[in-house]
Design a protein around this ligand. Structure first.
Ligand code: 5AD
Ligand code: SF4
Length: 426
């Protein structure tokens, strides 16, 4: 029996990769420990989407060096996007790192750890065909990979370099996995991919949704992330017709300026984006729409930033994730002239976040005294039962003794907050 300590950084994709890695290692007899000092092997699943994430990790990694002095047989493995991006160089910089394993190779973590050391960053098309067992954190809601990698090469983004080309899992494998999950009590699945709309197994993404929608006992279907350029009427229709598909879409806009969108290589204009929003809201009136925004892309002028502000006011997203532009290795944008000073990026980000806070608060207030359907996921830190609406808003439920995770309940919203709602059972 070997003891593994695992720390995860970054996006949902990474958190789910970690669940798969744990699934694999459990099969090989590993047990998870919560204290790195008790571990035989330490795994870091890392993120390099922005420079800050990378720096934070590197300083965290530096602090594990001491553990190795105390326990010379300890092994340290770096997984994820920093592993792929740095490869061999990471071992030169941090010689106490034993393994460097990129995200395309997580199905081979078990074999890799059997060697003394190693770097595993090869292109690995097999990943989409290997059904990797998963050890999931939640017992109610499960992430399920439908595709790996990304072919879009948005000019700011490192993901196509760290996660490689798009590879879709066969639809039967996905359906089989979800059927198994439902047998084990799961109520909700989130189909995962960098760009799910370009899923191309043996069926299209809208067809896949319809197949999953037929699985008996499954209550809710979600998916992330969608790319506006690939969102068409078939998908909107499938979302509207499949009763299990939740009324929520995450549709990254990135910028409200056509000039910047072009430089970002996003392949849509604002007019086209508005058209998609209209299509979604016409077909699914209750739909919640969330987005990602980047502030201060190279050459962004005040008028471009104002265009983003206008788009936020016009569309009124239910929530956004906004980031300062960050220069990433390999990317086209990192070589562009017109990189902006930190202060400008920070000021623009601030304006974006302040505006969206008002919008989110205003939208959530409209939910006061409405009844929402909540899938109970468990208890929060203050001991309240907590779950999400179909529109993906967090609801904390007061005085609700005796609920169990996995139940779907009707909740009267009594206190809307900015980042969550509060209510009681009806
Ligand atoms: N700088 C800032 N934000 C970025 N994102 C991706 N790359 C960068 C970058 N270089 C953001 C995008 C994407 C989200 C996952 O991260 O908004 O949608
Ligand atoms: Fe990055 Fe664009 Fe691919 Fe998303 S679609 S992972 S932002 S390159």
């Amino acid at each position: 029996m070997k003891r593994v300590y695992l720390e995860t950084w970054g996006c949902q994709m990474n958190f789910h990769d970690s669940e798969r890695v744990l699934g694999l290692l459990r099969q090989k007899g590993y047990v998870r420990v919560d204290d790195p000092r008790e571990a035989d092997v330490i795994l870091f699943n890392t993120c390099s989407i922005r420079e800050k994430a990378e720096h934070k990790f590197l300083s965290r990694l530096g602090r594990t060096k001491g553990l190795k002095k105390r326990n010379p047989s300890l092994k340290i493995a770096v997984l994820g996007c920093i592993a792929q991006q740095s490869g061999e160089k990471l071992k030169e910089k941090a010689p106490y790192v034993d393994y460097v394993i990129g995200p395309q190779n997580i199905n081979r973590v078990g074999e890799a750890l059997e060697l003394e050391e190693g770097v595993l960053t090869d292109d690995n098309p097999e990943i989409a065909l290997s059904d990797i067992p998963a050890y999931r954190e939640s017992t109610v809601s499960a992430w399920v990979n439908i595709m790996y990698g990304c072919n879009n090469f948005c000019s700011y983004c490192i993901v196509p370099y760290t996660r490689g080309r798009e590879r879709s899992r066969p639809a039967e494998n996905i359906v089989r996995e979800i059927e198994e999950l439902v047998k084990n009590g799961y109520k909700e699945v989130t189909l995962l991919g960098q760009n799910v709309n370009s899923y191309s197994g043996n069926v299209t993404f809208p067809e896949l949704l319809r197949m999953v929608n037929k699985i008996e006992g499954l209550e809710r279907i979600r998916f992330v992330t969608s790319h506006p350029k690939d969102l068409g009427p078939e998908l909107v229709q499938a979302m509207a017709e499949c009763e299990k598909v939740c009324e929520h879409i995450h549709l990254p806009l990135q910028s409200g300026s056509d000039r910047i969108l072009k430089l970002m290589n996003r392949k849509y204009t604002m007019e086209q984006y508005y058209e998609k929003i209209r299509m979604l809201r016409d077909a699914i009136p209750a739909i919640a729409i969330t987005t990602d925004i980047i502030a201060g892309f190279p050459t962004e002028r005040d008028e471009d930033h104002q265009a983003t502000i206008e788009a936020l006011k016009e569309i009124e997203f239910d929530g956004i994730f906004a980031f300062k532009y960050s220069k990433r290795p390999y990317t086209r944008a990192s070589k562009m002239d017109g990189q902006l000073p930190e202060e400008v990026k920070a000021e623009r980000l601030n304006q974006i976040l302040r505006l969206q806070d008002e919008i989110t608060e205003r939208k959530n207030k409209l939910l006061k005294n409405t009844v929402q359907e909540v899938l109970v996921e468990g208890k929060n830190d203050s001991g309240q039962y907590t779950g999400r609406t179909r529109t993906n808003k967090i609801v904390n439920i007061n005085k609700a003794d005796g609920l169990t995770a996995g139940q779907i309940v009707k909740v009267l919203i009594t206190e809307p907050h900015r980042h969550s709602l509060e209510g009681r059972l009806t």
